[in-house]
Design a binder for this molecule. Structure first.
Ligand code: PLP
Length: 364
């Protein structure tokens, strides 16, 4: 039986990449060692690191006045790094749209005064996000922070940051942990983009930061050194021993994406996958999605069984049919299908088939 893993993260990685990792795990490029056992200062590893940076730059069309940093501590590490490094006057605007942006607020409040704006609007049980033009960001803010894709809630923002009415002097910071590389964005619309790696990139524990170099001079010496953007940049992400295996795997994932047509091509596939699943939910009598159409995530499709007493049965039968990790986050319940870049369309079709069969079987 083919197993499809719908876990929100750590999530499935491309089969082809994992097969390559397996084939060279013990003897990488005829060195007789695993890449995990190589010095991060060796010419062989430096080459991998440079190719990883170049790969991401090419995929996302990152201009030369931005830097790519590999940092440790995953997405949450950035909840601290961002306010610590970007603090100027001590106030920042945080928009909340779901669980992850709320958690970023909790951490931000430890380092500065967070001006929080909850931008969720619920109409007829469906949540949407206020248009960016209605976000009232003060010109005095040290930065604005928001999450482009709420992994738990299945809510995604598709508008560009250029819709914000605040001056460009207020840096725009976004959390793209669960939708980086899933669709085309214009990097120059933002000043800092960060993402935990464990969804569309590679192993957990690492974060990728894409930062406008103009912001690097905000990192004061009081910022803990390993969280300091300016130092991370100056040391080529090697102030402390970097997560070498994660960087190596990221490079392989970037190569895989490039080979498969880049972000433009994967965006089309992601849109097709999401459309199949949302359509199946909307056309059913048993399932419902609670997000307004314009904010439905392409990566994390959340849905509820109208008869919640069937939840456990759904999860168990799904597993028996090769559909694993379909349960929603414990804070919101229901179900969630995370369909990141590595999920083939066959996986989504298998899920839809299972959902239909389950609905027929349990029709009252
Ligand atoms: N931000 C988003 C949008 C996430 O989905 C997650 C984790 O799933 C995080 C932040 C936290 O990442 P980490 O667990 O790597 O700290």
């Amino acid at each position: 039986m083919t197993v499809y893993n719908f876990c929100a993260g750590p999530a499935m990685l491309p089969k082809e990449v994992m097969q390559k990792v397996q084939s060279e795990l013990l003897d990488w490029q005829n060195t007789g060692c695993s890449v995990m056992e190589m010095s991060h200062r060796s010419p062989e590893f430096i080459e991998v690191y440079e190719q990883a940076v170049a790969g991401l730059k090419s995929l996302m069309k990152i201009p030369d006045d931005y830097s790519v940093l590999f940092m440790q501590g995953g997405g949450r590490g950035q909840f601290s790094s961002v306010p610590l490094n970007l603090k100027k006057n001590g106030k920042a605007h945080y928009v909340t749209t779901g669980l992850w942006s709320e958690d970023a607020v909790v951490e931000g409040n430890k380092f500065l005064t967070v001006e929080e704006q909850d931008c969720r609007v619920v109409v007829n049980g469906k949540t949407s996000i206020l248009p960016l033009a209605e976000w009232n960001v003060s010109e005095e803010s040290d930065f604005i922070h928001y999450c482009l894709n709420e992994t738990v809630d299945g809510i995604e923002i598709f508008e560009s940051a250029n819709q914000l009415l605040v001056t460009r002097d207020v840096p725009r910071v976004i959390d793209m942990s669960s939708n980086i590389l899933s669709r085309v964005i214009d990097v120059t619309d933002y000043d800092l983009i960060y993402a935990g790696a464990q969804k569309n990139i590679g192993p957990s524990g690492m974060a990728i930061v894409i930062i406008n170099n103009a912001l690097l001079n905000r990192s004061s010496e009081s910022v803990p050194t390993f969280l300091n953007y300016a130092i991370t940049k100056a040391k080529d992400s090697m102030y402390n021993t970097p997560p070498t295996f994660a960087i190596y795997l990221s490079k392989l994932v970037f190569d895989w994406l490039q080979k498969n047509g880049g972000v433009e091509a994967i965006e089309q596939k992601n849109r097709d996958k999401a459309a199949i699943l949302y359509q199946a939910i909307d056309n059913s009598e048993l399932y419902e999605n609670r997000v307004a159409e314009q904010n439905r995530s392409l990566m994390n499709v959340t849905f509820y069984l109208k008869d919640e007493s069937l939840n456990q049965c759904f999860i168990d039968e799904a597993k028996a049919n090769g559909i694993v990790a379909i349960e929603g986050h414990r804070s919101v319940g229901g179900m969630r299908a995370s369909i990141y870049n590595a999920m083939p369309i066959e996986g989504v079709k298998a899920l839809v088939e299972f959902m239909k069969t389950f609905e027929l079987k349990h029709k009252t």
